[in-house]
Design a protein. Sequence first.
Length: 555
Amino acid sequence: MRITLCQINTTVGDIRGNVGRMLTEIDALRSETDVIIFPELAVCGYPPTDHVFREDFRDLCQEANERLVEASETDDDGQDIWIIFGTMLPSEDGTTARMSNGGIVAHKGKEVGFVRKTHLPTYDIYDELRFFAPGIGPACVVDMGSVQLGIAICEDFWRVESNEEFRNYPRDLGKELASQGATHLLNLSASPWHRGKVKERYDVVGRVGRDNSLPLIYANMVGGNDALIFDGRSLAWNKKGEEVTRAAAYEEDRISFELSSDDLVSGSIPAQITAQDDSDEDVVHALALGVRDFLRKSGVQSVILGLSGGVDSAVTACIATLALGPDKVTGVAMPSQFSSNESFEDAEQMARALGIEFLTLPIQEGVDALSSTLVKELGREMRGLANENLQARVRGNLLMALANDQQAMVLNTGNKSELAAGYCTLYGDMAGGLAVIGDLTKHEVYAIGRAVSRVLGNAIPERVFTKEPTAELRPGQLDSDSLPPYPDLDAFVEGYIVANQDPGKVASGEMSGPQWAAQVERQQFKRAQAPPVLRVSAKACGMGRRMAIAKHFSR
């Protein structure tokens, strides 16, 4: 039996577009394979969010299911095809008032099998119990002749004995499927990527096949949906737990392989896989996909960003150029009286190297005009920090005006360390529709900057990597005037935010952990107004870390 797994990039809510894409794949593959597989919720996109509560959305999904089932009808040449796809289904009580995250097996124009997701994750970025009713019936094994296929959906194979991670699920679906006679296992997945996720899949999902001595097929989604990046890398293991075939990372792909009655016997790992799992280059390609899909699925063609000559804006510009092409990216230098010639030179040199449009908009005249207006009303000069923030807000206004004029999107250039500490200005440098590097700590920005610069022919001038970080908002200013050394701050951010460690036990350098924890929590009002942050770590600021703004917590 020949299997073809279609790793497709779906858009949340675009049911007609998603199904059209699936039908195109089915038409192209009908004569070449026996079984076509699509990932979790391929019909409606993942995560579907509160669309699932809309009656018209549910009706469209049902119509799409029927079209895909019809596509499995025997064709004029007598060609039979099996189609397996992730979609929404009515819950097991038979009503459509509450839906399930499910899958359908179709053959000869009929629905011959159903699966409903049993384990609905509620940790970190997930909130599936809000949207879906869990499957409570027997595990799904479909008789396909020589193959008895046991099917589960994503989290059903992510059983981990860890109360802290809320994944200590009572049912072992892999064991249940094996006990019901499954000869092969299939997991339909929409698994968001972050650093470490590839190894985690091997350890957790792959173990289901190894523990039951069954071959396992893993069909994963690819694409960016808001803050989430889905890396694809669909794959299959034989019953010895050996990887036999894998789809490309960060792009649509198909993989085909042969099944015997009890194993997976052929396949190949494609040559286009070049980035190593979870390397700095891998992060570069993940972020590029996140930017590309965020723009494409939002209906925006081009981007604008402030290009200051610093490392953060340099890395953001490189990622945007890699994602969209240089003709879709505009860098804007906005010098003030405190901006150095070196910063402007680095920004200009980099724009030339990337081939992007480069604009220069001096801000001093605008800052002076606003300062004069405020001085007249206040009867005194603006205080230091307010005056610095005024510069940032003038820059933010200019970028947003350009974006409005060109129907473009402003990309935010702030990093995770600054966002955690609140070293950023609302309505100033926090402006933008997407925070490209908002989940990279400062030391990660440098590492990813080196990687993306190599990919783009050393586009970032060396001086950008070696000079002291500065916002250039007052004479001689350095980030270290307001922040601890970045290695200390980064270590605290990774320990406190990513690992959820007790702040008193996190290495923090000059300031105590509790002091820095208080600083981080005081800045939640800023993070609540930040643009979506592309997620590359296990815990990003945003949908995976939901904290109160008005609160008081002390140890």
